[in-house]
Design a protein around this ligand. Structure first.
Ligand SMILES: NC(=O)c1ccc[n+]([C@@H]2O[C@H](COP(=O)([O-])OP(=O)(O)OC[C@H]3O[C@@H](n4cnc5c(N)ncnc54)[C@H](OP(=O)(O)O)[C@@H]3O)[C@@H](O)[C@H]2O)c1
Length: 302
């Protein structure tokens, strides 16, 4: 293992799939890696596996439920307390739900985890990224292109179906990337989005979104679907490539830029979504905690 490279990185959703593969590769490079997981036992198991595989002992587990704004703030505080430098933030965690569920803050869960969590976490860590510049932010998006309904982001006025909730919440990653890049111009911190391709994963499995059909497809044809390690190469390219120094506000596939859907390329919509997201995450107004509502996750983190 090379130790000269003292990059400090934080990866969300690092106990499974793409996030785990990215954390492993960064650990193998000799980076200090913060691994965010919502379940302590699963997070610790992934960390131990990566430690054994790479010999890197500078791995740190952070337990947080990204659907919960209070947990998100506590996560940022722990990261800031433990890492005096932060050169790379990989907003990877993502999920899908079979039905509309609400977070403790009253936010639809897929919106909360897939769009609002990276939006808020990045801002809470931004000063540290800026003081560690050059630094990079990589947002993991998807190619399922469904427009966000900015008039009803929280799904209060429409019927909800799993994919119809997942796809627009992931488009939020592109809106966020483009507007953040504009705001970060000249700061030494770059932000890009990546479509990692389709790969084997547990996406939505923990939250009950994988029905019998998808489980059967995965069981029968899983061997033909690329492994997360392959998808991780795309993320690592954005994280490491020297030729991407200073490149920001782009959407990448495999080492090439992709054309984002028209809605995400509209600066006015991006600004508007930013303002709404600020309101929903309580940047302006402290977010109320409604009574014991539905939880986003099947098993609460310990
Ligand atoms: N798989 C694909 O083909 C594909 C294609 C395009 C884009 N993507 C994107 O790739 C990213 C990684 O997904 P994956 O396929 O690797 O799925 P995965 O194996 O299920 O990994 C997702 C990670 O996010 C974590 N997570 C979910 N909800 C969370 C919450 N509330 N708080 C904290 N962590 C939470 C999961 O934790 P648990 O283990 O506790 O559930 C898991 O560690 C996602 O952003 C996804 O949208 C995937």
């Amino acid at each position: 293992m090379r130790q000269a490279h003292r990059k400090t990185a934080l990866v969300t959703g690092a106990n499974s799939g793409l996030g785990k593969a990215v954390a492993l590769a960064l650990a193998a490079e000799g980076a200090r890696v913060g691994m965010v997981a919502r379940d302590r036992a699963r997070g610790a198991a992934a960390l131990a596996e990566i430690q054994t595989a790479t010999g890197n002992v500078d791995l740190h587990l952070f337990v947080a439920d990204l659907a919960d704004q209070t947990s998100l703030r506590a996560l940022a505080e722990s990261v800031l307390a433990r890492f005096d430098r932060l050169h790379l933030l990989v907003n990877n965690a993502g999920t899908a739900y079979p039905a509309r569920r609400l977070s403790p803050d009253g936010l639809e869960c897929a919106l909360a985890v897939n769009h609002l969590a990276p939006f808020r976490l990045t801002q809470l860590l931004l000063d540290r990224l800026q003081s560690s510049a050059p630094a990079r932010i990589v947002n993991v998006g998807t190619r399922i292109e469904a427009a966000m309904n900015v008039e009803d982001l929280n799904w209060e006025r429409r019927p909800y179906r799993s994919m119809q909730g997942y796809a627009p919440s992931k488009l939020g990653n592109l809106h966020f990337t483009f507007e953040l890049a504009r705001r970060l111009r000249g700061s030494g911190v770059t932000v890009n989005a990546v479509f990692p391709g389709v790969f084997r994963s547990n996406l939505g499995g923990t939250d009950g979104a994988q029905g019998v059909f998808w489980k059967s497809v995965a069981a029968l044809f899983g061997w033909a679907i690329p492994a997360p390690e392959q998808a991780a190469r795309r993320v690592l390219y954005l994280a490491n490539a020297p030729e991407l120094e200073g490149v920001s506000g782009q959407y990448f596939g495999h080492r090439k830029t992709l054309r984002a859907p028209a809605q995400a390329r509209d600066p006015e919509t991006n600004r508007r979504l930013w303002q709404i997201s600020e309101r929903l995450t309580g940047v302006d107004v402290p977010s109320p905690r409604p009574p014991e509502d539905a939880r986003c996750f099947a098993a609460p983190p310990v």
